[in-house]
Every structure is written in structure tokens, then in C-alpha cells.
Design a protein around this ligand. Structure first.
Ligand code: MG
Length: 254
């Protein structure tokens, strides 16, 4: 059972997806939601990013082999940065890569969606504030990241945060295969068990400095195998038991 946001008949709606059919709910995911009685076939709607986060907290270098491939030491505590909420892209949206900005990479990641307003959450209670799990592509302007010294610009171009296609509610983050494919070729393949800092530790760490709110997203880091995308490419992030986030890539000359 998956929670989805979608658009049909000119309206933005939410619902629960089961066996290819979406049962619409009224109100927010986070308040429980009541069924409206309307049902839509999945193939007849346009999927939207499953949440509109106020914050997207990301973690850098959370898989050992990825830290090594970029030539970094392993972090002693989670290395947290932000992506601008305006960079969120729907599951069917097109990633627009700035043609003047050099190398633009995919980074397939497991994303955790927060379900409750919370602060100072101990690691062992983190599961209680998680709404669910989805896929995220932490698109990165690699040359600008290296040049700028901090990462806001390189991570936050419009369309640089594909999110979806839906949320698996109350799923376990551990033990899931994560795979990224570029034009059908597997370029990243790992297990979420390979994270240096597990999800509970990340939520505990972030909630010590910031209040987390319903709909906020924690991107848990990318495994080894990052690489560049070019206009015309198709990139897929698949996480076992959740789904496939598939986006096309186009050049943006502006
Ligand atoms: Mg990343």
C-alpha cells in the first residue's frame, strides 16, 4: 500500500494506491485522511512529488565506497546539508541540466519522509516520527560543488530533486536494495545496510539542531557509482519494495 499525490481533472489530490487503483483521501496524509469515495486508475493520473517539504535535509558521504570514490575521509558524525525545497521535481518531470555548469551527476538515495513535528529525538525513538519511505535523486552540479566550497547552488537548481513515485508507509529502512540505472544500465547498486550512519542516527542528529515537520525529507546519502548525466538520458532510482523513480534529462541553455 502506497500513499500518492496526483493531479487529475485539474485538481491536486492525495490517495492510497493499491493494485493499480488510487482511492482518493481528503485532507493531509499526516492527519490520517478520510476516503472521499472517488477512485482513479493509476495510469489515468499525473503523479506529483508525494510531499511538499519545508526542508530537505541531506547527508553527504554516508556510504564508505562513495566517500572513497570522491577522495574523502569518512565523516566522524553525519555531514548534513540542505537542498532548496523549490528543487523538488515530480516523478514524471524532466531534470533540466544547466548547460553552462559542467558535470551534472545523478545520486540515487533512499528518502525518509517525516510524519510528526519533533525535536531532540533519541535514536531509538526515530521510527516513531517516520511517516514512510520514498526514492530521491540528489542531482548535483559536481564542478560547481567543488568550486563553491559549500553546496547550496550545486544541489538546488530547479528540478534537481526528483522525489517519488510514492511513499511506502511505515516501512523498514534497513535491508533494501538500492539501484540507479542510466539509460537502462546499472550504475549504482548497494544495500541500505551499507549506510555509515543509519536512519535513526540521522534523524536524531538533525533533530538536535532543527525541528522536523510533517512532510520534511531526509535524504540518506548515495552509494558508490555516481556519474554524469547528459541531455536525452533517462535516469531511474529503484528501491526494493518501494518503486522506481524515473526521470528524463534535458538541457537548459538559460
Ligand atoms: Mg547525495
Amino acid at each position: 500500500m502506497f500513499w500518492v499525490r496526483f493531479e487529475t481533472e485539474g485538481r491536486t489530490r492525495s490517495g492510497i494506491l493499491e493494485d493499480g487503483m488510487i482511492r482518493e483521501i481528503r485532507g493531509s496524509f499526516f492527519e490520517g485522511g478520510e476516503f472521499s469515495g472517488e477512485v482513479f486508475p493509476l495510469e489515468k493520473v499525473r503523479l506529483l512529488a508525494p510531499v511538499e517539504p519545508t526542508s530537505i535535509f541531506c547527508v553527504g558521504r554516508n556510504y564508505t565506497e562513495h566517500a572513497k570514490e570522491l577522495g574523502h575521509d569518512l565523516p566522524e558524525e553525519p555531514l548534513i546539508f540542505l537542498k532548496a525545497p523549490g528543487s523538488v521535481l515530480s516523478p514524471e518531470g524532466t531534470i533540466r541540466i544547466p548547460l553552462w555548469a559542467g558535470r551534472i551527476d545523478y545520486e540515487g538515495e533512499l528518502a525518509v519522509v517525516i510524519g510528526k513535528t519533533c525535536r531532540n529525538i533519541p535514536e531509538e525513538k526515530a521510527q516513531s516520527v517516520i511517516f514512510g519511505l520514498t526514492c530521491l535523486n540528489d542531482v548535483t552540479a559536481r564542478d560547481l560543488q567543488n568550486r563553491d566550497g559549500q553546496w547550496t547552488r550545486s544541489k538546488s537548481f530547479d528540478t534537481f530533486c526528483p522525489l517519488g513515485p510514492w511513499i511506502l508507509k511505515s516501512g523498514e529502512a534497513r535491508g533494501r536494495r538500492i539501484e540507479t540505472r542510466l539509460n537502462g544500465r546499472v550504475v549504482q547498486a548497494a544495500s541500505t545496510d551499507m549506510m555509515i550512519f543509519p536512519v535513526g542516527r540521522l534523524i536524531s542528529h538533525i533533530s538536535r539542531f532543527a525541528t522536523l515537520r510533517p512532510g520534511d525529507v531526509v535524504a540518506t546519502g548515495t552509494p558508490a557509482g555516481v556519474g554524469p548525466m547528459l541531455p536525452g538520458d533517462v535516469v531511474e532510482v529503484e528501491i526494493e519494495g518501494i518503486g522506481i523513480l524515473k526521470n528524463r534529462v534535458a538541457g537548459d541553455p538559460s
